[in-house]
Design a binder for this molecule. Sequence first.
Ligand SMILES: Cc1cc2nc3c(=O)[nH]c(=O)nc-3n(C[C@H](O)[C@H](O)[C@H](O)COP(=O)(O)O)c2cc1C
Length: 336
Amino acid sequence: MEQVFRTRLTELFGIKHPVLVGGMMWLSTAGFVAACARAGVMAFMTPRSYPTPGDFRDGLGQAIDMAAGASVGVNLTIPRHTSGIPTQEYLEIAQKLGVRAFETAGSQPGPLIDAIKSGGGRVIHKCTRPRHALAAARDGADAVALVGMEAGGHPGTNPHPAHVLAAETLPHLTVPLALGGAIGTGGQILSALAQGAEGVVLGSRLLTAHEIWAHDAYKARLVQAGIDDTTTALTGFGVTWRVLANRTAQEVRELEARPGVTFSDFGEKVSGRYGRDNAYIRGDWNTGMLSCSAAAGFANRVEPVGVILDRLMADAQQAMQTLRSRVLDGQVAGTS
Ligand SMILES: Cc1cc2nc3c(=O)[nH]c(=O)nc-3n(C[C@H](O)[C@H](O)[C@H](O)COP(=O)(O)O)c2cc1C
């Protein structure tokens, strides 16, 4: 599909459509990221989805080959507690392979932004609070992404939806903004652009893509899911997690409600590997905390990510034409 929307973000990352695909732990691996790149958007690979930095290097090399000349990006998530994650090594691997596009997430991104930029890279920092977005811009981020409380994964403890975050932040922001959180239709993409964002961040809407390697039974559950099939947990511990509403999410929520519970009481149930092994590998979608938002409710079949993205962009274009004709035809109240 041809380019319809040209923004500072499409220029920054050299992409056709104003769409970024946020890094998705375990799932943003070579085949998926490369297919997104070929479809004209920027997807960020997650290094920790690979067992070792060497495996990540191999995976990234494959993604670059499969992208057929289009650019792939890398997500660098700054861990909150876990130490020993070789973020610097991941960055150097990516830089050596010629990657120039990075998505950072997590607190205190300043030093990482410096390291990316001094290597010639471009960086969008993803966060959940207006003040963090403004701080990242001051720290030198080329762009910022704000994801609202409706987003899949870890939307933080911010209570506001994305459009409130955008309205609050945009008057003070000089770098381009991408907006994310349960976006899964072309109309929502147009709406983000109309609010002043220059791109969107997608995640959950693409989990049913053919190129996502996870088990068919897990994807079939997402195809079936509606917008009410997600839930949040762990807000009391300051680490809100929006996931598919399944048995594990229910158990975690019940345990969380008990007085005196500590984080270690959750055990393996809240580990990413538990969800990966049970749901993504074995197809038992009822077991594990599986990041997901209402955007999955807009998917009704498994299909190639390029087909999904083309349709979203065609729908966004259609939404723009509809809006324009309503205004021009005087159908908006008071304009006739
Ligand atoms: C399965 C899954 C895994 C995710 N893993 C990460 C991650 O490792 N790092 C990160 O920065 N964001 C992660 N995210 C968040 C996405 O990058 C993106 O910000 C979010 O999905 C956008 O909201 P949406 O899912 O409502 O579209 C994850 C999201 C999903 C759905």
